[in-house]
Design a protein around this ligand. Structure first.
Ligand code: SAM
Length: 467
C-alpha cells in the first residue's frame, strides 16, 4: 500500500510517483519520474525532461530530497559525433556556473537552451505534489477554485480530518485535491476510526473520466469517490447509500437546483418548484438524506454572478438553512522588499565605494536636510512656507530618483561623476500583474441538526434539571 504523495510524499523523490518540476514561477509541470535504463525516445540516458533551461534525465531527479535544485545535464542522444562536440563545447564553459539568486524569479536567469553552454548551466527544482502546486500546474478543463478561495472555504465549512464532504461539480479537480487533504485522517491505517472522505460528483462524462484517472494515479482512491451524475435531477445518494456529509461545496452553474436534495427531509413539491425542479419520483419512505443527521451541516456555494447568489439564498431560506452570509475573497499578493542600502562617499570612503546601512542612510538624509536649510537661509524669497515646501520635496525620492542636482546643491558638492550615484535604501512594493483567483461570491450557510422525538426524549432524560 502506497500513501498518496499529496498526503505523505516521504523525504525523497521516488520513481513512478507524481512529482512537480518547477521551471519558473509561472511554469510548473507535473511529471511521473521513470527509473529507466537504456534508450527511451532516442536518449541513451533513458527518460529525459527537455526544457528551455536544459535537459534533465529522470535518473538525475530520482532519490533526491524534495525541493532540490537540479542542474541540467548534457544528454546523449545516441549520436557519438554530436555528443563529442557537445562535450568539447561544454568543457570550454565548464567553469561558468549560474548560481541560484534566491529571488524565486524566472530561472531564465540561467538562460534559454540556445547552445550547450546554457544547457549545462540551467536548473530546475523538483517539488512534491501539494494541492497548492497542483492547482497551479493542473490541466485546466474548466474554471478552477484557487488556493485563496479554497483555503477560506474549507475553514468556514469546518472540513477537518475524518469528515465527509460532498463536492459538485468536480471540474478540473482543484478543490477536490484540497478537500481530500483536509479530511484525510490516516486512511486506511487509522485504527478503525470513521475515515474522512470526499464524495465528488461530475455531470460531464469526459471530465468525470479524467478525474477518475487522476484520482487513481494520485493514489487517492478510497479517500475520493467520484460519481458521474447530474446532481440537479438525481441528487447525492451513491448506490442508494447516504454519504452522511458533514459539509458541502457546490461549484455549479445553478446551485439552488441542487439544494432541495441536500435537505433533512424529502423536499415538498413547492420547495422543488421554487428551485425549478419537477416533483420527485418514488415513495416518500424511500427518500434518504445525504447529510449527517446528528449535527449541523455547513455549506458553501461558489457563484460568479450576484443573480445566482440571490436565487441560491432564496432557496436556502425556504429549505431552512440559517446564518446565510455572502463573502467575496479579494486576494492580492504584494511583494514588499527593501532594496540594498548604501551610498557613495567619495571623500570619506573612496570613489564608487558603496557602503552603509539604514541608520547611516537616515543620518545622511538628515545631514542633507540640515545643509539644505542652511543653504536656503536668507535666500531672497525663502519664506517659511516655501521652505516647508522645499523640505517636503527633498526626501528619499529626491535622493533616489532624480533631484540629484538639488541634493548636490544642498550639500555644496561639485557635480562630478564620482558624487552622482547617490543610492539610498528604499522600500518598494510590487503587486502581482495577474491575480490568480477566480472572483466569485461565496455563500455560506448552516443547516441545524433536526431533533427526532427519541432524541428529544433522551435529551430530556439527561437534562440536568431532570423532569
Ligand atoms: N470546483 C472545480 C475545480 O476546482 O476544479 C471546478 C468546477 S467547474 C466550474 C463546474 C463543474 O460543474 C463543471 O465541470 C460541470 O460539468 C459541472 N456540472 C455542471 N452542472 C452539473 C450538474 N447538474 N451535476 C454535476 N456536475 C455539474
Amino acid at each position: 500500500y502506497k500513501v498518496s504523495p499529496f498526503l505523505d510524499p516521504g523525504s525523497l523523490t521516488t520513481p513512478d510517483t507524481l512529482s512537480i518540476v518547477h521551471l519558473s514561477r509561472d511554469n510548473i509541470q507535473p511529471v511521473y519520474l521513470q527509473d529507466t535504463t537504456g534508450a527511451v525516445n532516442g536518449y541513451a540516458e533513458g527518460a529525459v525532461i527537455n526544457t528551455r533551461f536544459g535537459s534533465f534525465p529522470h535518473s538525475t531527479l530520482i532519490n533526491k530530497p524534495w525541493g532540490s535544485q537540479i542542474r541540467a545535464s548534457i544528454v546523449d542522444t545516441g549520436s557519438r559525433g554530436r555528443k563529442r562536440k557537445l562535450e568539447a563545447i561544454a568543457a570550454d564553459i565548464a567553469a561558468e556556473d549560474t548560481p541560484d539568486d534566491g529571488t524565486g524569479e524566472d530561472a531564465s536567469s540561467a538562460g534559454p537552451t540556445k547552445d550547450v553552454k546554457t544547457a549545462a548551466s540551467g536548473f530546475i527544482h523538483i517539488l512534491p505534489p501539494t494541492p497548492e502546486v497542483w492547482t497551479t500546474s493542473l490541466p485546466h478543463r474548466t474554471q478552477v477554485v484557487y488556493t485563496p478561495d479554497y483555503s477560506y472555504i474549507l475553514h468556514r465549512i469546518r472540513a477537518r480530518p475524518g469528515m465527509h464532504i460532498i463536492e459538485a461539480g468536480a471540474g478540473s479537480g482543484s478543490f477536490t485535491h484540497a478537500s481530500a487533504r483536509a479530511v484525510y485522517n490516516g486512511y486506511p491505517t487509522n485504527g478503525g476510526e470513521k475515515k474522512g472522505k470526499v464524495w465528488s460528483f461530475e455531470f460531464n462524462e469526459d471530465r468525470y473520466k479524467k478525474m477518475q484517472e487522476e484520482i487513481k494515479s494520485h493514489l487517492l482512491e478510497g479517500l475520493v469517490q467520484i460519481t458521474h451524475r447530474d446532481v440537479y435531477n438525481d441528487g447525492f445518494l451513491v448506490d442508494g447509500e447516504s454519504p452522511e456529509a458533514d459539509c458541502v461545496f457546490l461549484d455549479l452553474p445553478a446551485p439552488w437546483r441542487a439544494l432541495p436534495h441536500l435537505s433533512r427531509r424529502r423536499p415538498t413539491p413547492s420547495q422543488l418548484a421554487s428551485a425549478g425542479l419537477e416533483p420527485l419520483n418514488g415513495e416518500e419512505s424511500e427518500w434518504k438524506s445525504p447529510l449527517r443527521s446528528d449535527r449541523s451541516v455547513y455549506i458553501c456555494t461558489f457563484s460568479p454572478c450576484i443573480e445566482q447568489v440571490t436565487k441560491t439564498i432564496d432557496t436556502m431560506r425556504r429549505l431552512g438553512w440559517m446564518e446565510i452570509e455572502m463573502v467575496e475573497v479579494a486576494h492580492r499578493r504584494i511583494n514588499v522588499m527593501r532594496e540594498r542600502i548604501g551610498y557613495n562617499m567619495p571623500t570619506e570612503r573612496g570613489a564608487n565605494q558603496s557602503a552603509g546601512n539604514v541608520e547611516e542612510a537616515v543620518a545622511r538624509l538628515k545631514e542633507v536636510e540640515r545643509r539644505f536649510k542652511e543653504f536656503n537661509k536668507g535666500r531672497p524669497g525663502a519664506t517659511d512656507a516655501n521652505m516647508d515646501e522645499d523640505e517636503e520635496m527633498l526626501d528619499e525620492g529626491d535622493l533616489v530618483n532624480g533631484n540629484a542636482s538639488r541634493v548636490r546643491e544642498a550639500e555644496g558638492l561639485e557635480d562630478t561623476p564620482s558624487t552622482k550615484p547617490w543610492m539610498v535604501g528604499r522600500l518598494i512594493h510590487r503587486t502581482e500583474a495577474e491575480i490568480k483567483t477566480h472572483t466569485s461570491y461565496l455563500v455560506f450557510a448552516i443547516l441545524p441538526q433536526e431533533w427526532s422525538e427519541e432524541q428529544e426524549a433522551a435529551a430530556y432524560e439527561t437534562w440536568p434539571c431532570g423532569k
